[in-house]
Design a protein around this ligand. Structure first.
Ligand code: PLP
Length: 393
């Protein structure tokens, strides 16, 4: 394929798609659990990999494969696998490269369950995990152990919006033979390509920007080498975290407008971040598109734009957060992010309410912290919504 000559937007529309013998304009849904062999020899050849043929949907399916190819093209990898959720992608990568007595070094402000599953489940199997602020690059080398297998980065991290230098971190990890995995959910390939910066594997919750319409849960892993693609696929086939064909069809449908959605949401986010930064009831705004962001320069170098996730701190603490939540009318009071609809949430009273105050503090979840995922509505409506709700504080 001449993909290297095609632009990102063209690849979003056409990359990896299957056009069937009837001339379908889009990849059809192959809603089938299993596939007929032509005869016994054909079955044997498919299993042996001598002939390209589908066997069983957990192993492979044309609709799912079309999505895998599209994602691999967009992230510039050798290949990829699509999974039932972002967490299935996280556990598949852990399961593939960690074993008894091994160690993983991870960003401290990583997506909660990506940390939780290490502490609750992988610890049972003798896997050690250390969580550090990877945005301070010197922290990485000093925390590497002889048994470290994975450096797991999330950048920008949530909800602190700290940014890790992927190129520098990869260089350090590779000196020690450590695999670098980057959760690229917050950026999507539209804003950042970790494999080009030196990472080995990219992870996505497709639930967020890539599908973009808050109607599918899904995940993906894209690897730089074919060898790693095969290793990951083997884990997926055994552990059963595969995607379903209908899910894959919806994600292929959603991803086609990724550039348009990202561009519009980012345009809105830049205006809203500036509005919030000047609002008297807001203590500070954490957004890589503001020059007040501590890693503004690194963000400009590493990302093609600041994206549309904003965190901000209210002066009034916990009570102010609750008041804001109870008064917004356009933004939806919900977890998740990266959809066409604007979502708002207050971690201290919602997602992290069951955590101890000390635990929240360690995870940088302050009482007045608000997470705001900017959608593609009219920006004037979003600002008017915030204005009236902030006035109630
Ligand atoms: C949502 C999310 C995940 C988990 O994905 P699911 O699709 O919800 O399983 C992982 N990482 C990040 C950064 C996320 O936002």
């Amino acid at each position: 394929m001449e993909n290297e000559y095609l632009g990102f937007d063209t690849l979003l529309i056409h990359g990896g798609d299957i056009y069937d013998e009837w001339g379908s304009a889009v990849t059809p849904i192959y809603q089938t659990s299993t596939f007929k062999f032509k005869n016994a020899q054909h079955g044997a050849d498919c299993f042996a990999g001598k002939e390209k043929g589908y066997i069983y949907t957990r192993i492979g399916n044309p609709t799912i494969e079309a999505l895998e190819r599209k994602l691999a093209i967009l992230e510039k990898g050798a290949g990829g696998i699509a999974l039932s959720s972002g967490m299935a992608a996280v556990t598949t990568v852990y399961m593939t490269y960690l074993d008894k007595g091994s160690h993983i070094l991870s960003t401290s402000a990583v997506y909660g369950p990506s940390r939780g599953v290490l502490e609750s489940h992988f610890a049972k199997f003798g896997v050690e995990a250390t969580f550090i602020d990877t945005s301070i690059i010197d922290n990485i080398e000093s925390n590497i152990r002889p048994n470290t297998r994975i450096l797991y980065l999330e950048t920008p991290a949530n909800p602190t919006v700290q940014i890790t230098d992927i190129a520098k971190a990869s260089e350090i990890a590779h000196k020690h033979g450590i695999l670098v995995v980057v959760d690229n959910t917050f950026c999507s390939p539209y804003l950042q390509n970790p494999l080009e910066l030196g990472a080995d594997i990219v992870l996505h919750s497709l639930t967020k920007y890539i599908n973009g319409h808050a109607d599918v849960v899904g995940g993906a892993l894209i690897a730089k080498t074919e060898e790693n693609v095969q290793k990951l696929r083997k884990t997926m086939i055994y552990m059963g975290g595969n995607m379903d064909p209908h899910q894959a069809y919806l994600v292929i449908r959603g991803i086609k407008t990724l550039s348009l959605r990202m561009e519009k949401a980012q345009e809105n986010a830049i205006i809203i971040a500036q509005y919030l930064e000047n609002h008297p009831k807001v203590e500070r705004v954490m957004y890589p598109g503001l020059s007040s962001h501590p890693q503004y320069e690194l963000a400009k170098k590493q990302m093609r734009g600041p994206g549309s996730m904003i965190s901000f701190e209210l002066k009034g603490g916990y009570e102010a957060g609750v008041t804001l939540m109870n008064n917004v009318k356009v933004a939806l009071l919900a977890v998740s992010l990266g959809g066409v609809e604007t979502l708002i949430q207050h971690p201290a009273s919602m997602t992290h309410a069951s955590m101890s105050p000390e635990g929240r503090k360690a995870a940088y979840i302050t009482d007045g912290l608000i997470r705001y995922s900017v959608g593609i509505e009219n920006v004037d409506d979003l600002i008017a919504d915030l204005e009236q709700a902030l006035a109630k504080i």
